[in-house]
Design a protein around this ligand. Structure first.
Ligand code: DHK
Length: 148
């Protein structure tokens, strides 16, 4: 099995570190990418790291991952709460999926409590700050090794 993992980020995460730092922290998405890439080296994983504010781009990357990747880490951001299209795309992906939320969505507004993506995810990480991404990558590596 391939050791490639897609790390996908939804809308507004390009503003990480600048928007609502009391909720999302001070680290930027570039900081997150650097931490993910450093751990990926240790875990001998190759990473494709993407962010988009457009739903169709996330869907296209999931379709691409169908052909190439052994796992997906995804923070769908606001799409989490309403995108059946992203859920459908993930349902067409046959390897492990871990859903990440930087904030503890369950401690926030009620509309953030429901996730369409959780109906497909093999695990969900919320409220661990940006550390959630590296935790998710470790889990993906574990699940990929288990499947071998
Ligand atoms: C990020 C967002 O942009 C919100 O729309 C989600 C998520 C929560 C996060 O915690 O990473 O509700």
């Amino acid at each position: 099995m391939t050791r490639l993992v897609y790390v996908l980020n939804g809308p507004n995460l390009n503003l990480l570190g600048k928007r609502q730092p009391h909720i999302y922290g001070h680290e930027t998405l570039a900081d997150v990418e650097a931490a993910v890439r450093e751990l990926a080296k240790e875990l001998q994983l190759e990473v494709r790291f993407h962010q988009s504010n457009r739903e169709y781009e996330i869907i296209d990357w999931i379709h691409e991952a169908r052909e190439t990747a052994g796992g997906i880490v995804i923070n769908p951001a606001a799409f989490t709460h309403y995108s059946v299209a992203i859920l459908d795309a993930l349902n067409a992906f046959d390897a492990p999926v871990i859903e990440v939320h930087i904030s503890n969505v369950h401690k926030r507004e009620e509309f953030r409590h429901h996730s369409f993506v959780s109906a497909r995810a093999d695990g969900v990480i919320a409220g661990f700050g940006t550390q959630g991404y590296t935790l998710a990558l470790r889990r993906i590596a574990f699940l990929m090794d288990q499947k071998k």
